[in-house]
Unconditional design. Structure first.
Ligand code: C5P
Length: 218
């Protein structure tokens, strides 16, 4: 198989990261979770008492990704491993706002494009097929019903010892999608040449196999 990049986009909690990790492992490719980069900047934004100076926020930031055999992708911000803070509610509730700001997007997209230069990357996000890697060999747009996404998120939370309410999760997921789809810069949308997979009712295994099957055509 010749080296390729895979762009995996879709709304919140559609299972992109779970699938991207598996596809990357099966194909010995590198998985890049771009949401984690926006989350890291959001973590710093909160630490700086919600600064509105987004240019200074990113100019003062040194952000890199490292890979741990056991724990997978780690996000290093200003010499600190911040990965374990990135799923906190406060970060989740502010990330779409921070990610809508132009300096933040320019900063993150540049890093993402650098990472993908050598190919062999499975990258998940919202604008990978449309903006970050418009030349990606394979583009997948993953969707699922909001009901199912909320239930999956609740199960994930349970595994992490966090109790959550499905109705509230449905609301939060829908709000985040609306914000991401309607922002001015690089809104969440399907690239024209992306293949849509509706994962509602599908197992992780089935979705992974469907993507591996698409890759096998290269
Ligand atoms: O994928 P995840 O849920 O971690 O993404 C968090 C948020 O980061 C998204 O809701 C979106 O606002 C933003 N994001 C983005 N572009 C990406 C990846 C994430 O705007 N490529």
């Amino acid at each position: 198989m010749k080296p390729i990049n895979i762009a995996l986009d879709g709304p919140a909690a559609a299972g992109k990261s779970t699938i991207a990790k598996r596809v990357a492992a099966k194909l010995s490719m590198i998985y890049v979770d771009t949401g984690a980069m926006y989350r890291a900047i959001t973590y710093k934004y909160l630490q700086l008492n919600k600064t509105e100076d987004f240019s200074s926020l990113v100019q003062s930031s040194v952000l890199s990704l490292t890979y741990d055999e056991e724990k997978g992708q780690r996000v290093i911000l200003d010499n600190q491993d911040v990965t374990d803070y990135l799923r906190e509610n406060d970060v989740t509730n502010h990330v779409s706002y921070v990610a809508s700001k132009e300096p933040v997007r320019t900063f993150a997209v540049e890093k993402q494009q650098e990472l993908a230069e050598k190919k062999g990357i499975v990258m998940d996000g919202r604008d990978i097929g449309t903006v970050v890697l418009p030349e990606a060999e394979l583009k997948v747009y993953m969707i699922a019903s909001v009901e199912e996404r909320a239930i999956r998120r609740q199960k994930d939370n349970e595994l992490r010892g966090i109790q959550s309410n499905v109705e509230q999760l449905k609301q939060e997921i829908s709000d985040r999608d609306q914000y991401d789809m309607n922002r001015e810069i690089s809104p969440l949308k399907k690239a024209e040449d992306a293949i849509t997979i509706d994962t509602t009712g599908m197992s992780i295994e089935d979705v992974t196999n469907e993507i591996l099957n698409l890759v096998s055509k290269f």
